[in-house]
Design a protein around this ligand. Structure first.
Ligand code: NAD
Length: 417
């Protein structure tokens, strides 16, 4: 048996190769899409609170801009690697194309552990990162946003640093900003809300009544917490398990997402939530729940545990949670997978709405944002479903076919290939 690969960029290559075969993709298009258009590597000296200086490593990958300026979040994580950033930038490229946004894909990352850093240290690091990459970003060039362990506050510092260098306010240089600084209503919960709109379409397709459905969620940050909260408030789902990097908790009668969030804010973990049973993150994935939501990091569903997944629908809010081998197993088992770059596209879609509002200097209300997001997610879901049925391929391959097909058309029209 072939050894399972966990390098996310190798996974991208495997997925792209499969798509190229299905589409009979032009070789030049394939070769362009196999690698990033541009990579920026920066060393960032930052003064720490104890007077020492630490040098952090940062990356920005601009993967492909055939459809428009590159767009994608910035991660602050101790295990960040250039290949992870490359993979995330590629997935952003497919995602913007799939959602029909006039944007290309990019991603950024800094190797650091924000949990051990003070607010002052994080601010100096965020500003140093922008000072390092400012020449290559901008509202019409490349527009970063939040991702794992980066927040609206961090976006505000980054926007401010860029504006100082540009010597004018440049609110549109990042998205996911606080509302008062040009953020969009609904951006904070957009990734989860978009995923749940896709889930709504999928449950209609499968004839699953969400009001009687159980949900297990891995990760309780921006994507995971909002997914728990909205699954309960929008559809009446019962959230039976949630987790974070320290622990997982289970209650067969259902957890109260808001109370769990308050507990996490107080104790910095979901661990020890009163009345819930403690389980492991691995057990959470294999629970008997109708809907499973990976909302943390990559490679959590693999050939090892895919056969034990009991969920009917996999809502991939995280990027790259499922390995290609696991994909095959889930498809054979009949699990309906909402692939990451479809399912978590609500974040970049509302980021795009934020850019549009920044350019227009005119702001929409949340109802307007949610309505437009619902329409975008439903269109993308049905386009993927249609291609999955047409070619008898799994939902991820179908999403690739739609996204890469559009990129190929754009590159051809631009005369690149
Ligand atoms: P976040 O930093 O707000 O939350 C991450 C959560 O994952 C935290 O609760 C953390 O404790 C948990 N976690 C970390 N390691 C874990 C582990 N080994 N096991 C279980 N839990 C673990 O990040 P986020 O923004 O919610 O992002 C989560 C995922 O969603 C990432 O894959 C990210 O790329 C993806 N995503 C986020 C957005 C967005 O708008 N925030 C958009 C698209 C995709």
């Amino acid at each position: 048996m072939k050894k399972e690969v966990f390098n996310p960029f190798t996974v991208v290559h495997e997925q792209l190769e499969a798509c190229a075969k299905i589409l009979g993709l032009n070789e030049n298009v394939y070769n362009i899409l196999k690698r990033p258009m541009r990579e920026i590597h920066v060393s960032l000296p930052v003064k720490m609170d104890d007077g020492t200086m630490k040098i952090f490593q940062g990356f920005r990958v601009q993967y492909n801009n055939a459809l428009g300026p590159t767009k994608g979040g910035i991660r602050f994580h101790p295990d960040e690697t250039i290949d992870t950033v490359r993979a995330l930038a590629a997935w952003m490229t497919w995602k913007c194309s799939l959602l029909n946004l006039p944007l290309g894909g990019g991603k950024g990352g800094v190797i650091c552990n924000p949990k051990t850093m003070s607010s002052g240290e994080l601010e100096r690091l965020s500003r140093a990162y922008i000072a390092g990459i400012w020449k290559y970003i901008g509202p019409e060039e490349d527009i970063p946003a939040p991702d794992v362990y980066t927040t609206p506050q961090i976006m505000a510092w980054m926007m401010d640093e860029y504006s100082k260098i540009a010597q004018k306010n440049q609110f549109g240089v990042v998205t996911g900003k606080p509302l008062i600084l040009g953020g969009s209503p609904g951006r904070d919960e957009a990734t989860a809300r978009g995923g749940l709109y896709a889930l709504q379409e999928a449950s209609d397709e499968l004839g699953l009544d969400l009001g009687y459905s159980t949900v297990a969620i891995q990760g309780y940050g921006n994507a995971g917490y909002n997914a728990a909260s909205l699954a309960k408030s929008l559809f009446g789902c019962k959230v039976i398990a949630v987790s974070d990097s320290k622990s997982a908790i289970y209650d067969k009668d259902g957890l109260d997402p808001e109370k769990v969030q308050k507990h996490k804010a107080k104790t910095s973990s979901v661990k020890g939530f009163p009345g819930a049973k403690e389980i492991s993150n691995e057990e959470l994935l294999e629970l008997k729940a109708d809907i499973l939501v990976p909302a943390a990091l990559e490679n959590v569903i693999t050939a090892k545990n895919a056969k034990n997944i009991k969920a009917k629908i996999l809502v991939e809010l995280a990027n790259g949670p499922t390995s290609p081998e696991a994909d095959d197993i889930l498809f054979a088992k009949g699990v309906h997978v909402l692939p990451d770059f479809l399912c978590n596209a609500g974040g970049v879609t509302v980021s795009y709405f934020e850019m549009a509002q920044n350019f227009a200097m005119y702001y929409w209300d949340k109802e307007e944002v949610d309505k437009r997001l619902a329409r975008k997610m439903a269109e993308a879901y049905h386009s993927v479903l249609h291609h999955s049925k047409k070619y008898s391929i799994n939902m991820r391959q179908a999403a690739y076919v739609v996204a890469v097909g559009r990129l190929a058309e754009a590159m051809k029209l631009r005369g690149w290939v």
